[in-house]
Write a protein that binds this ligand. Structure first.
Ligand SMILES: O=P(O)(O)OC[C@H]1O[C@H](OP(=O)(O)OP(=O)(O)O)[C@H](O)[C@@H]1O
Ligand code: HPA
Ligand SMILES: [Mg+2]
Length: 166
């Protein structure tokens, strides 16, 4: 996979606002009654913390999936830790699955197959993954890479005019 053309950098403030916006949407779904959150590590850990606080959900489980091994190239998907059988009853009905984003939809597809009746929510979605999520906040194009605040640091920025000088 080559480097996506466009960049969508997200600050901590923006991520907090967007995750809270997701919580607002989820508050109106399933009558606000969730048995538990299942967060897809590692990216789902941060939004899961914010959503669990906003919705008062105190049972948090993880499913550990790894796919992007070196930056933007996706390898074989590996489930490193599975979901506790207690939450798999009734195909995951009443369970809220949280991830930071869906891109190709492969990760979402794997977790959905484990809990087909669970509600799948992400903060961001790209078009290929969008049909697999029930609730999300912001869609970005498929050729955009989302830069999360936990992957970034401060760097010098060239003035915009430098790239437009003739
Ligand atoms: O829709 P897909 O194409 O499957 O991509 C989306 C997944 O990719 C990233 O996780 P990654 O596997 O890189 O692991 P991480 O969360 O530990 O960073 C992201 O957090 C999603 O879980
Ligand atoms: O756009 C992205 N940003 C960060 N991680 C990702 N994993 C898949 N797609 C992305
Ligand atoms: Mg992930």
């Amino acid at each position: 996979m080559s480097l996506p053309e466009k960049a969508f950098p997200v600050s901590w403030d923006q991520f907090h606002r967007d995750a809270r916006a997701l919580a607002w949407r989820l508050a109106g779904a399933n009558k606000g009654q969730w048995k538990a959150i299942v967060c897809i590590t590692r990216g789902g850990l941060v939004p899961a913390a914010i959503i669990s606080r906003e919705l008062g959900i105190r049972v948090i489980e993880t499913v550990c999936v790894a796919s992007y091994h070196d930056y933007t190239s996706q390898g074989q998907l590996q489930v490193l830790k599975e979901i506790t059988p207690a939450l798999l009853a009734d195909d995951g009905a009443g369970v809220l699955i949280i991830d930071d984003l869906t891109d190709t939809g492969k990760t979402a597809g794997i977790v959905r197959a484990i809990m087909p009746k669970a509600h799948f929510a992400t903060v961001y979605a790209k078009p290929k993954g969008r049909p697999l999520v029930d609730t999300f906040v912001t869609e970005v194009s498929q050729d955009t890479w989302i830069y999360f605040p936990w992957d970034m640091g401060f760097t010098y920025q060239k003035p915009i005019a430098d790239d437009h000088a003739g």
